[in-house]
Ligand binder design. Structure first.
Ligand SMILES: [Zn+2]
Length: 315
């Protein structure tokens, strides 16, 4: 029988809704509106990715949004003034629908990536997503909808008791996920970040603050030690990886002084660790700002498309 994935090592999720929704927020000072299209185009040009193999998601439905978000909040999102405040832009009346469509499309992408990763045990990269600051009842830090929380809630309706780990290496702490899952024994949030958005007792989770001026070596030593410990302790069934590019030294908003090579080393370490354990892996882009930012996620996906990771039994 013809196997559609015989020659593929990873899937990429992207759609034109990702492109047409975002520019509606105007010329944003820090976020490169074209970064994901640039990544897609370069991978296609290099013949590492075929357009027909890219998974195209549907918009996340309102029933799916309700799995995590409150009715009151979803009603607030109907108000263009509220949305414009959150995104810190003047007015959004004209483009209001396409902004929400952007978030719903990318969340649909995270849902699709999750379905593929679990069904086919094929690593899946969403060209966006990882809106880790969003709460059930409010938006925060450019995150209107919590895509990872929705994906987890949706999936575990089908498979009760399934254990998820969220590895969040964005520069900023994923406070939305942390608070949402803080008392959930089946979700472990692992975070290394330089900017803490919430202070709380976190017995179920691992939360590590590193200095803003970090070195590649300190970052990797910390990640290696702590992630090994957390994986042994929790033993997840599937992993979401928020591969934020903003610790990169050329990031214009954040930046922890990590080199381009160091960012790839970080991403490949997580990738190999999860895949070698034969766990489904869903990768989200997270943050990353400025014109130079796109190369970090590009390097990572390029690696995944070119390299098959060997599975080491059930360790
Ligand atoms: Zn960030």
């Amino acid at each position: 029988m013809w196997n559609p994935f015989r020659r593929e090592y990873a899937k990429v999720v992207f759609s034109s809704d990702y492109i047409y929704g975002l520019p509606a927020v105007g010329e944003h000072k820090t976020f490169d509106l074209w970064k994901y299209k640039k990544i897609r185009d370069k991978l296609v040009k290099e013949k590492l990715l075929k357009r027909r193999n890219i998974l195209q998601p549907e918009l996340c439905s309102y029933d799916e949004l309700r799995l995590v978000h409150t009715e009151t909040y979803l009603r607030k999102l109907q108000d263009p003034q509220y949305v414009s405040q959150i995104l810190k832009i003047g007015t959004v009346d004209m483009f209001y629908n396409s902004i929400l469509e952007y978030y719903r499309a990318v969340t649909g992408g995270t849902l699709l990536a999750t379905a593929y990763a679990v069904r086919w045990n094929m690593p899946a990269f969403n060209l966006g997503g990882g809106f880790h600051h969003a709460h059930p009842d409010r938006a925060e830090g450019f995150c209107l909808i919590n895509d990872v929380a929705i994906a987890i809630e949706k999936f575990r309706k089908l498979r009760r008791g399934f254990k998820f780990m969220i590895i969040d290496l964005d520069y900023h702490q994923g406070n939305g996920n942390l608070l949402y899952f803080k008392d959930d024994p089946n979700v472990f949030t692992f975070s290394i970040h330089a900017d803490s958005w919430v202070e709380m007792d976190r017995p179920q989770n691992k939360d590590i603050l590193l200095p803003k001026n970090c070195t590649d070596e300190l970052y990797m030593n910390t990640l290696t030690r702590e992630l090994n410990d957390s994986c042994l302790q929790f033993r997840p069934d599937a992993v979401f990886y928020i591969a934020g590019s903003d610790p990169y030294e050329k990031d214009t908003l954040a930046g922890m002084g990590i080199s381009r090579e160091g960012m790839l080393e970080r991403n490949v370490f997580v990738y190999k660790k999860v895949r070698a354990a034969n766990l489904p892996l869903i990768v989200l882009a997270g943050g990353g700002y400025g014109k130079e930012s796109w190369v970090v996620y590009y390097d990572f996906i390029r690696y995944a498309l070119k390299n098959k990771v060997r599975v080491h039994g059930n360790s």
